[in-house]
Design a protein around this ligand. Structure first.
Ligand SMILES: CC(C)(COP(=O)(O)OP(=O)(O)OC[C@H]1O[C@@H](n2cnc3c(N)ncnc32)[C@H](O)[C@@H]1OP(=O)(O)O)[C@@H](O)C(=O)NCCC(=O)NCCS
Length: 219
């Protein structure tokens, strides 16, 4: 545990559960230049491992039994449930919320204020977009930010782009390399550019990821 992390614990800013491992060169309680005042609380649940080189901003909550890979960046107020795996170099922007048993593969970008519900799986290099018209520093126009939304158990293939405001339905599967411009209905498979629904999801792919014995979320 480096001195800065110990200081955050001593000052009541950082709460660590039992058996948490924070490897070397992890930065905790980074701050956006727009934030002021007291540092926001950060908590990391039991048995979570944070790999070397991760950066965790103020206000972040990480549940128990999570794995945060090398070089991940969790921006202000990002929140992760339990049993979440972020592979290496995943970016979770501010105020995004990932549920329990969510898996994210390397180099995926989760845009701000996005929700990824329990047991969803985002492949590698998934890009999520929240600003349709790329508005930045304009006096005449505020950006109209609308993130995508990923429902329970949905799976998004590697290299896919989810455009602003699209909803990936419960247990749906999006093929790799897709550009999703419209909602994908629950229990369907969609792919292509633009992504089109190809068929209903077959029976063998209707079981959500995560261990069977803790499957409590299904109706
Ligand atoms: C979408 C997917 C589930 C479809 O699998 P499938 O139903 O077994 O499909 P098939 O491989 O039988 O292909 C059926 C047709 O769809 C096409 N196809 C399959 N996946 C495609 C994709 N992602 N984009 C465009 N076309 C695709 C195939 O070329 C084939 O076309 P054809 O009928 O003209 O020959 C799978 O191809 C896929 O993309 N999975 C995502 C995997 C991934 O990204 N994992 C992340 C790991 S970190």
């Amino acid at each position: 545990m480096n001195n800065k992390i110990q200081e955050l614990i001593d000052n009541g800013i950082l709460t660590l559960g039992k058996g948490v491992i924070i490897e070397e060169m992890v930065l905790v309680a980074n701050r956006e230049e727009t934030n002021e005042g007291e540092l926001r609380q950060i908590s990391i649940g039991d048995h979570t491992i944070v790999r070397a080189g991760a950066i965790i901003y103020e206000g972040v909550t990480i549940g128990s039994d999570c794995r945060i890979g090398h070089g991940c960046i969790l921006r202000t107020n990002a929140s992760l449930g339990n049993n979440v795996v972020l592979s290496h170099h995943v970016i979770v922007e501010h105020d995004s919320k990932l549920g329990n048993w969510v898996r994210v593969s390397p180099h995926t970008h989760i845009t701000s204020c996005m929700t990824v519900e329990d047991r969803a799986f985002l492949g590698a290099g998934v890009i999520t977009v929240n600003d349709k018209f790329l508005t930045w520093k304009r006096n005449d126009r505020e950006p109209n930010l609308l993130p995508p939304y990923v429902e329970f158990g949905a799976r998004v293939g590697s290299g896919t782009t989810l455009l602003s405001g699209v909803r990936i339905g419960k247990m749906a599967m999006v093929g790799s390399g897709s550009v999703v411009t419209k909602d994908v209905p629950p229990y369907t498979i969609a792919f292509g550019n633009p992504a089109k629904v190809q068929r209903e999801l077959d029976e063998e792919h209707r079981t959500p990821n995560g261990y069977e014995e803790v499957l409590t979320e299904m109706e």
